[in-house]
Design a protein around this ligand. Structure first.
Ligand code: ZN
Ligand code: ZN
Length: 248
């Protein structure tokens, strides 16, 4: 469509179907993402320095440094970063996507990601692996939210997204119901690499919706490291600092 026609069509469309804020359902003046009113947008907590240089956990003050967990060498990935803290309205949007299939959030996630400096932090990957769902859960839900976030936020690299390399072969208890050590045990031996040759010597970008203790992405990273991945970076849309409902 021609530029001017597109603008007129967009304005007409907004008039006939007024866009609503995904956070509070208030009417918005434009359908241009992010679909959030100013009040909801201002509730978002973008993660920035000071933070852990490796796992990206934000600190209340001081300078960037390594957190205790990273100093103890518990993580198998090289870098992890998240866009925002897991709290409303972002947490509501993620839950609406996962449990109500509200895909409208994806363009908003992308717009928020584009506004942040995060893209430049990641090394150009050879392969992007969304954290997989078990096939039973994928059938129930009809989509994998990590895959949608991957193609939504990393549109430029969408051809690098591969779905048949990392698989989840065991259906687990939702992580939200468990404490830290139980979360680690819960995801132990849950994932497998069906094509380990694809990750040997590769720079891998692993993507998930929420990072809580990091157990899930760490379990995947352990496998990737064992298969000889050269570099493993992790992106999650949100970072939870407490025990909250993030059921896969
Ligand atoms: Zn709002
Ligand atoms: Zn850390």
């Amino acid at each position: 469509m021609h530029g001017a026609a597109k603008t007129i069509f967009g304005a007409l469309n907004d008039l006939l179907f007024p866009p609503l804020c995904l956070g509070c359902q208030q009417r918005l003046a434009s359908s241009r993402p992010p679909l959030l009113c100013l009040e909801c947008f201002n509730k978002l907590i973008f993660i920035h320095s000071p933070l852990c240089l490796l796992c990206g956990t934000p600190f209340p003050g001081g300078a960037d440094h390594l957190c205790g967990e990273c100093l103890s060498g518990r993580h198998f990935f090289d870098l992890a970063r998240s866009l925002c803290l897991y709290c409303p309205p972002l947490s509501d949007l993620i839950l609406a996507l996962k449990f109500n299939g509200r895909l409208t959030g994806i363009t908003t996630f992308r717009a928020l990601f584009d506004q942040s400096p995060l893209f430049d932090i990641f090394t150009t990957p050879d392969i992007i692996l969304p954290v997989p769902l078990h096939k039973k859960r994928l059938r129930q839900r009809g989509f994998n939210q990590a895959q949608l976030i991957s193609s939504g936020c990393f549109l430029q690299w969408r051809k690098k997204i591969v779905l048949d390399v990392l698989t989840r072969h065991r259906l687990t208890t939702p992580q939200a119901a468990l404490s830290g050590s139980k979360r680690r045990k819960n995801v132990c031996d849950v994932f497998s690499l069906s094509r380990p040759d694809q990750v040997a010597g590769a720079r891998v970008l692993l993507i998930d919706d929420v990072y809580t203790t990091g157990s899930t992405v760490n379990a995947c990273s352990r496998l990737l490291r064992k298969a000889g991945a050269e570099r493993i970076e992790v992106f999650t849309l949100a970072r939870s600092l407490g025990s909250v409902k993030t059921n896969r």
